[in-house]
Design a protein around this ligand. Structure first.
Ligand code: 8IG
Length: 277
């Protein structure tokens, strides 16, 4: 049952996997779809993809599902959708993301991913809006995530849980994405804690340590998805060049505008990739 007051994930003794299983049962009951094959989290700029992926079978407000909380930010739609593709695959479209900077703890951050796994999904597509460190990239450009550097100093894994992260962002799925759009570039995603954007010096640090994309969401989710045994595709919409790479100050409004402009193109791309899975 969804919570009316506190979030069950906030109980220290709670088992996050048990709560994810309850959330998956809520989704099955509320959508009428027992199992999902693929899950996709829609970040800033990717929100319109749901309509192109297939026929929406059900849309549910995220707070109706155990462990999910209300969205914190404009541009982040707080719904879960069950979408059926032309080929008959069931896609769980997650439009509700809890960010690490909301300070609700890592369990809440990765709850949607664990829930997706509990619904049966074996593929996790993580999308986001992010800053570009490469000067050759332009706002509105989608790029594949090839690997990540987790600068949050946090992990969704608890206790002595040693999980291999080699090929975390599946090279098979990156190849598949490039078979749809050969022009797709790729790069290493650096997750900062946020919610402030980086200083130009921090962006230079990210560049020197091998980062190409700066963001605030995806690395922790990818770790949880790997723990759950899912195959992961990560894609960033470059909504802005990172601080100091672009000479003008960053604004959330600019980020939303770049997302709006790119939305039809990247949504269609995402739908074609899902069709090809
Ligand atoms: I959209 O420039 C978006 N998200 N950390 N830096 C970080 N996150 C972002 C950025 C950015 N743009």
């Amino acid at each position: 049952m969804p919570q009316t007051h506190g979030n069950p994930l906030d109980e220290p003794a709670a088992d996050p996997f048990e709560i994810a299983a309850e959330a998956a049962a809520d989704i099955a009951r509320l959508t009428g779809v027992d199992r999902h094959d693929i899950a996709v989290t829609l970040g800033s700029g990717w929100g319109r993809a749901a309509e192109l992926i297939g026929e929406t079978v059900a849309t549910i407000p995220a707070p109706d599902v155990t462990g999910f909380s209300k969205p914190a930010l404009e541009g982040h739609v707080g719904t879960l959708r069950s979408v059926r593709t032309a080929a008959g695959k069931h896609v769980l479209v997650i439009g509700a993301r809890t960010h690490f900077y909301e300070n609700h703890g890592v369990r809440r951050v990765v709850h949607s991913v664990r829930t997706a796994a509990a619904t049966g999904a074996s593929t996790m597509i993580l999308t986001n809006g992010a800053g570009g460190v490469r000067e050759t990239w332009t706002p509105g450009q989608p790029v594949l995530i090839s690997d990540h550097i987790n600068l949050t100093a946090a992990s969704p894994l608890e206790g002595a849980t040693f999980i291999d992260l080699t090929d975390l962002y599946s090279s098979r799925l990156r190849d598949l994405a490039r078979s749809i759009d050969p022009s797709l570039d790729e790069g290493v995603y650096c997750q900062f804690r946020g919610p402030h954007y980086e200083t130009p010096a921090e962006v230079q640090m990210a560049k020197i340590i091998g980062g190409h994309i700066v963001g605030m969401s995806t690395a922790l989710e990818a770790i949880a998805a790997r723990q759950a045994g899912m195959e992961i595709l990560g894609m960033s919409l470059i909504t802005n060049l990172a601080a100091g790479i672009q000479t003008t100050p960053l604004s959330h409004e600019e980020v939303l505008e770049a997302g709006r402009a790119a939305e039809p193109v990247i949504s269609a791309l995402l739908a074609r990739i899902i069709e090809a899975l």
